[in-house]
Design a protein around this ligand. Structure first.
Ligand code: NAG
Ligand code: NAG
Ligand code: NAG
Ligand code: NAG
Length: 432
């Protein structure tokens, strides 16, 4: 079992250490990452290192805490399974224009292609290959939004590449901001949009350096980010996901008052239990959907996707060098990854119960187990030219395209099919 060093590692020219209590020290380490498309060397950001463990015997317990949180009622839980070799070529290649540079691993010389040659096989059923025509027919006259950070955008870019095999899209952005893009597929009257909101709630960078040189954010945990709440009612499907930004120092506000903080090293606020901010952000975001009077769409939670740094922190030579997926008995969801998952799932389950009364549909796109098993799917050093001066040299947070993230869109198609082509206006699509 691997654990990681007990420092909160911070970017910058000098190493910086935070005193944090040993209890979670073993589970945490912190990195910066580039969660934007801005060149890496000008935009140091934060992400997590990992807390998966490898090569451990599988749990002897009969109770599967993940399945318990998920509470699957369908006959087959498509999110539980394993990666099996896939003889087919990837859905698309590095020439797809929608791939963001930093995830175009082949372009930057990744020599191995094995990471593209796996498919997710759920236990007891098959997850069909992505059928772009079927997806677009189900989405005819509809719209899909991604709300979250750059890992959410990573999925959107995968989706666009998958759809470009059979159709074309035009830029339909309303504002010229890379963080708020819209793409329109004229043949199907289908819109896909992305809303940048790495915390889901209102956030303000209070200090670009902060106590750990990684910025200090004021997070207004009871106020959903108006950047998406004011625009979201027109969408039929909204995929919500955030994660790695929640490892930055933050001051938490509720009802306009400071209620606590994380990694803040100040006497004006107390350090709150881990995952408090993450949990509250989801609570507030889901509550916003349940209280938006004219929202008639479906909310899809895409769950936390673990990072895979090994042999060091992000800025201490930590890297993701594995060249094949883990078998299911080689990794276990635990520690930080499990806590993130648990917090969001508990909030999701509570919101879904309220949504049932209010007519808001909550659906689950559970990527956590599948991605835990993909240490081979990250860009590592192939997200930039070899000699680039970048803050996060080895990216073990985002995912190469094509790559395992394409599976998230297979999950998405499965969800959309099970929705039976309902739309925000209550119309039923003729295609099932
Ligand atoms: C990549 O995909 C494009 C479009 O499908 C195709 O024309 C091209 O031959 C492919 N290139 C490689 C190297 O496979
Ligand atoms: C396209 O879809 C929107 C709903 O997303 C609908 O209001 C509009 O009438 C559709 N346009 C056409 C040309 O079908
Ligand atoms: C909303 O977006 C604008 C433009 O990107 C940004 O300046 C602002 O900080 C965002 N608001 C929040 C709460 O993140
Ligand atoms: C790398 O970039 C940083 C920040 O832009 C700069 O301070 C540093 O001098 C650069 N290093 C090299 C070797 O170019």
């Amino acid at each position: 079992m691997k654990t990681y060093s007990p420092e909160l590692q911070i970017s910058g020219s000098r190493p910086f250490f935070l005193q944090i209590t040993p209890k979670f020290v073993l589970l945490f380490s912190i990195i910066f990452l580039f969660l934007t498309i801005i060149p890496l060397h000008v935009f140091p950001l934060l992400a997590t290192s990992l807390s998966w463990s490898s090569l451990i015997p599988s749990s002897s317990s009969n109770i599967d805490p993940i399945a318990a949180l998920r509470g699957t009622k369908e006959s087959c839980d498509i999110f539980k399974g394993e990666w099996v070799p896939n003889p087919h070529t990837p859905y698309y290649n590095e020439t797809c224009w929608a791939i963001q540079e930093h995830q175009n691993c082949i372009k930057f010389g990744r020599p191995d292609t094995g990471f593209m040659k796996w498919r997710w096989r759920p236990d007891g059923c098959e997850l069909p290959a992505f059928n772009p025509v079927q997806f677009l027919e189900l989405m005819r006259g509809k719209s899909l939004a991604f709300v979250g950070d750059s890992v959410g955008r990573n999925q959107m870019q995968s989706l666009i590449c998958l759809l470009l095999k059979v159709s074309y899209s035009v830029d339909a952005s309303i504002i010229q901001d890379e963080k708020f893009r819209r793409f329109y597929f004229p043949d199907y009257n289908f819109t896909v949009a992305t809303f940048w909101s790495p915390f889901l709630v209102r956030a303000k960078e209070a200090d670009p350096n902060g106590p750990t040189l990684s910025g200090l954010f004021n997070l207004y945990l009871d106020e959903a980010d108006a950047n998406w709440t004011t625009k979201i009612t027109e969408f039929d499907y909204v995929i919500v996901s955030v994660g790695h930004w929640f490892f930055r120092p933050a001051m938490f506000y509720e009802n306009h008052r400071i209620v606590g903080c994380q990694y803040c090293r100040t006497s004006i606020a107390t350090d709150l239990p881990k995952y408090y901010g993450y949990r509250m952000a989801f609570r507030t975001a889901f509550r916003a959907f349940n209280s938006l009077a004219d929202f008639k769409g479906a909310v899809i939670l895409r769950t936390f996707a673990p990072a895979h740094f090994e042999n060091g922190l992000w800025n201490q030579g930590g890297d993701c060098m594995r060249r094949r997926p883990f078998r299911r008995d080689e990794a276990r969801l635990e520690g930080m990854n499990f806590e993130m998952y648990k917090a969001q799932m508990e909030e999701f389950n509570a919101a879904a119960a309220k949504g049932r009364k209010k007519g808001v549909r909550f659906r689950l796109l559970d990527a956590t187990e599948a991605m835990l098993l993909r240490p081979d799917g990250h860009p590592s050093r192939y997200g930039h030219p070899p000699n680039a001066n970048v803050t996060l040299y080895n990216d073990c947070v985002h995912w190469c395209l094509p790559g395992p993230i394409d599976t998230w869109n297979e999950f998405l198609l499965h969800i959309v099919k099970s929705e039976g082509g309902r739309s925000a206006t209550g119309r039923q699509s003729p295609i099932r």
